[in-house]
Design a protein around this ligand. Structure first.
Ligand code: SF4
Length: 125
């Protein structure tokens, strides 16, 4: 784990490269990476979930402009690491040197044309 002093993050939800998601319980969450038991039970997420039930609002903006969501985004933008979820620090970490992404590109063996590609965040040791 990179020491927080040296940690650099690029929150994809703020950059616009990661979309918000909806849990199977009907809560809007900042992205699908946070949709698991550990994250949903984290105090930071519990605070967000209290104001994120879609069935309780007329418009999604009523959720994303709550003070809880504004605070969540503010902490990401200001890199307040003590108030940022561990998953955010892991998933949206700027990776350097040997700690890079894994790219997979598949080609059709007959035509030689690319048929599929994927980029995964992967830690190399
Ligand atoms: S992991 Fe956190 S910082 Fe990254 S896109 Fe999701 S909510 Fe944003």
């Amino acid at each position: 784990m990179v020491k927080e002093k040296k940690l650099k993050i690029n929150p994809r939800c703020i950059a616009g490269t990661m979309q918000a998601a909806v849990t199977n319980r009907g809560h809007l969450i900042p992205c699908c990476w946070l949709d698991d038991k550990n994250n949903l039970n984290h105090p930071i997420m519990k605070s967000l979930l209290k104001v994120s039930k879609i069935s309780e609002v007329d418009d999604i903006e009523q959720i994303v402009f709550t003070k809880e969501w504004i605070e969540f985004n503010k902490n990401l933008k200001e890199r307040n690491f003590d108030k940022i979820l561990p998953t955010c620090k892991h998933q949206c970490q700027v990776r350097e040197d040997r700690d890079k992404i894994k790219k997979e590109i598949f080609f059709d063996s007959k035509t030689g044309k690319m048929v599929w590609k994927n980029i995964r965040w992967k830690r190399y040791y």
